[in-house]
Design a binder for this molecule. Structure first.
Ligand code: NOJ
Length: 635
């Protein structure tokens, strides 16, 4: 049990404490060795407020909240490893943002018929499962992440018959389908919410998080992820409702068992239609430990005041176990869990605990101390560090989700090196790292083409609620329109949401009508050209997916980092069942002196036509290692 008399050093015995301290260090961008400093380790928690002086406001309050959080897992046994083999561990999952994938009915908006049209493309490419961002009926405040009816298809996307056909066609090709399940919140146009507003005493009166304000102020100081307060007043009830995302996305009250019954019903409905798995949106936010004010220092650091009360809520595990036993059964589940750390993720995903199968961790997406809206060049050494941490023995307990792109982030290639001459190399480097990693691989549409960020010209071209709100808030707070635009442009989710570039025809072959959002540069990359070119990024991905399928060692094999302390190169072995592979990657745009591999090494893939001495800029190679074991000593 942790109390205010516990010393920082002892705190490190507690898994949750280790995670939280590591996260804070990451956000603050300071060296993680600070926690190991003997003076810091010797400090009692009760001494920190004095020690911190005015540097940390309300330090007492932070400490109390943290003690409560750490004690949540007091006495929890550390989960053991599992070597079970499952289809989802071997899967290469392709994420589709339906609105932007392919327009099948010429209205400028992607849809289910468009996806069906492209199933052969996906099958030829080699992916084994699709994850579709939400396809349910929605007023589209947040492009489908605001669900109005979980049992109906968004009109713009098609009909239930189309969805059934898509599932059937996928299964015919031996491919699986994963739906996005958004149940932290609904749309404010969902019938539950409408009824909740009208009938506080009725069956849905307590389906959402309603509270009285404090005088003229909201119930607490929490902020929404999409700018402004996380509360909205409804005069009819004379109460506020909580919305961690937009005003049109009220949070469900998971404390209410009827809400959980209904969520189980939704899962049953889609499992009945043959769906194989679910990606659980913002799932770590469903349990709110308390509705007390958030600490402003933590809020300042993370950008979202209040988050310590719900990012790892006290009933989270209980709710997940309930969903698993009552509804998910053996369906695959991947949780989107922003902010949880490696130890929490073990507890969320260890096989023996029967909660989730895997989670998306986001630690690798930004360099230390940086956030999505910072304009900076991503250093790949950070990716190496994060992957080294999760792919070794850790993965025996918590099977990782491996990805670098999704619909919520700008394109990774642009973040690493926006120069066109390196696009191809960097895109293939990422393909090598992803497809030789130990975990379930997720690719995002367009990544297989080496897609890059889009040169939007001004705010009128943006469509995402997060970008629009952020721009409005920045300019209203006195930031110049130029600076606000620069900030929004570098972090906007719209970069990844522009139409898939199929051809070099009008609108990149996505539609015959002007699409709902502008199209990127189809001459930089498009599927038709790349499929014809054996040296393209598309062909590299296709080859590497096939290689992974052929060699289970690349999925299940032991991950052995090599020369991990050497900066700027990422080298590792993968080994299983007598097969051994060696991967070496230059993480920089410079040539690097690197011991030449000797002995029985067969080059299986390289993003260069020819190897030289050392590693060329962004060079990435995969070798098969024969017996006797290869000698990596310097020649
Ligand atoms: C995470 C989703 O990935 C994002 O697109 C969405 O805006 C929020 N959750 C809210 O549902």
């Amino acid at each position: 049990m942790i109390t205010s008399e516990t010393r920082v050093g002892e705190l490190l015995q507690n898994p949750i404490a280790r995670d939280v301290l590591a996260q804070l260090v990451q956000y603050a961008g300071v060296n993680e060795r600070i926690i190991q400093n003997p003076i810091v380790k010797g400090l009692k928690l009760s001494a920190i407020p004095k020690f911190a002086g005015k540097a940390i406001r309300n330090a007492d309050q932070i400490i109390d909240t943290m003690i409560e959080l750490f004690n949540q897992e007091d006495g929890t046994a550390s989960p053991g490893p599992s070597s079970e083999r499952y289809w989802w561990k071997e899967a290469v999952i392709y994420q589709i943002y339906p609105r932007s994938f392919k327009d099948g009915n010429d209205d400028g908006i992607g849809d289910l018929r468009g996806i069906i049209e492209k199933l052969d493309y996906l099958h030829t490419f080699g992916v084994t499962a699709l994850w579709l961002s939400p396809i349910y009926d929605s007023p589209n405040d947040d492009n489908g992440y605001d669900v109005r009816d979980y049992r109906a298809i968004m009109t713009e996307f098609g009909t239930m018959a189309d969805a059934e056909e898509l599932i059937e066609q996928l299964h015919k090709r031996n491919m699986r389908i994963i739906l996005d399940l958004v149940v932290n919140h609904t749309s404010d146009e969902h019938e539950w919410f409408i009824d909740s507003v009208k009938n506080p005493q009725g069956p849905h009166g307590d389906y959402y998080v309603w509270r009285r304000g404090k005088g003229v102020l909201p119930p607490n100081n929490w902020l929404s992820f999409f700018s402004g307060p996380a509360w909205e007043k409804v005069d009819d009830r004379d109460e506020y409702y909580l919305h961690l995302f937009s005003k049109k996305q009220p949070d469900l009250n998971w404390e209410n068992p009827a809400v959980r019954d209904d969520v189980c019903g939704i899962i049953d409905f889609w499992r009945g239609k043959g769906v194989d798995g679910f990606r659980l949106d913002a799932i770590n936010y469903i349990s709110k430990t308390s509705l007390a004010d958030g600490n402003e220092t933590i809020g300042g650091l993370l950008g979202f005041t209040g988050i310590e009360h719900y990012f790892y809520g006290n009933r989270l595990h209980e709710y997940l176990r309930e969903l698993r036993s009552r509804a998910f059964g053996d369906s695959f589940t991947v949780g989107e869990t922003p902010g949880t750390g490696p130890e929490m993720n073990k507890l969320l995903t260890a096989d023996s605990r029967r909660e989730l199968n895997t989670v998306f961790s986001f630690d690798h997406l930004e360099n230390l101390g940086k956030s999505r809206f910072d304009d900076y060049r991503y250093n790949l050494n950070h990716l190496k560090k994060c992957f080294n941490r999760i792919e070794g023995p850790y993965a025996d307990v918590a099977w990782p989700s491996i990805f670098v792109e999704n619909h919520d982030n700008p394109r990774m290639v642009s973040k690493i090196d926006p120069r066109e001459e390196y696009r191809d190399l960097v895109a293939k480097l990422l393909a090598v790292v992803l497809l030789t990693a130990r975990g379930t691989v997720f690719l995002y549409q367009g990544q297989e083409l080496g897609a890059v960020n889009v040169e939007f010209s001004d705010i009128s071209e943006m469509r995402d609620i997060e970008s629009l709100n952020r721009y409005r808030d920045l300019t209203e707070s006195g930031v110049s329109p130029e600076t606000a635009w620069k900030t929004v442009l570098c972090g906007s989710r719209d970069h990844a949401r522009t139409p898939m570039q199929w051809t070099n025809e009008a609108y990149a072959g996505f539609s015959v009508r002007e699409p709902w959002i502008r199209v990127g540069d189809k001459d930089v990359c498009n599927a038709a050209d790349e499929m014809r070119d054996e040296t393209s990024v598309w062909s590299a991905y296709q080859t590497l997916i096939a290689l992974r399928k052929e060699h289970p060692a690349l999925v299940y094999g032991r991950f052995e980092p090599y020369a991990a302390a050497k900066d700027d190169v990422f080298c590792y072995f993968r080994e299983d069942g007598g097969e051994r592979f060696y991967v070496e990657v230059n993480l920089t745009a410079r040539s690097i002196r690197q011991p030449r591999t000797k002995g029985a090494m067969e080059l299986l893939y390289s993003n260069y036509m020819a190897q030289g001495d050392g590693l060329q800029p962004y060079e990435a190679n995969i070798y098969r290692v024969g017996a006797p074991q290869a000698d990596l000593s310097e020649e």
